[in-house]
Design a binder for this molecule. Sequence first.
Ligand code: CA
Length: 224
Amino acid sequence: MKILVVEDEDTIREVEKAYLQRSGYSVDDSCDGKSALDLFKKNKYDLVLLDLNLPEMDGVEVCKEIRKVSQVPVIMVTARVEEIDEIVGLEIGADDYIKKPFSPSVLIARVQTILRRTGHETIEFGDILIDPERMIINKKGKEIELTTTQFNILYTLAKRPGKVFTRSEILDYAYDETLPNDVLDRTVDAHVKSIRKAIESNPKKPRYLLTVIGKGYKFNDELK
Ligand code: CA
């Protein structure tokens, strides 16, 4: 398991690195947002530990950039807990946070929990395979391309099959802007239509993305 540590304070970075390595992770580190993104684009990581206050480009921007191309778990490290809802929430897309100052054991515990919970392995249902790392769908050996928003919608629902998501929840997870309700409904419906067209053999009788009348959508949990 490989972790990218982004932290501009040398002491903290060294502590994070040392404890993660001691727990068996291999670690790359970076002290600013820009070089962190460079590393991220060139390597494959299982998790990113990201300081919020960074020179060049702050943690929020780095996280947003990462989310454009990957669903890798991101843990934000910050002393500014008042903004944390937004950061860990749907808008920025971090998976969790650690409050500074933290103890190394908290750090390790959190990393392990997130890796277990988000385990960004490929999801396989019926004859489709969803690869969050490369953001592609594979159906019977054929790669299907979706837009980032469509991929995020499908992945979010597929991660929790059977759970009904309202249209507004779906848009939140897909990191779109806030939209008026009527536009929101039409936007989600349009995305779902495109996803179905891409992955379903018969988009009119979907097997994967099911409509729950009056509520929203869910990923079929009865697929074999
Ligand atoms: Ca900092």
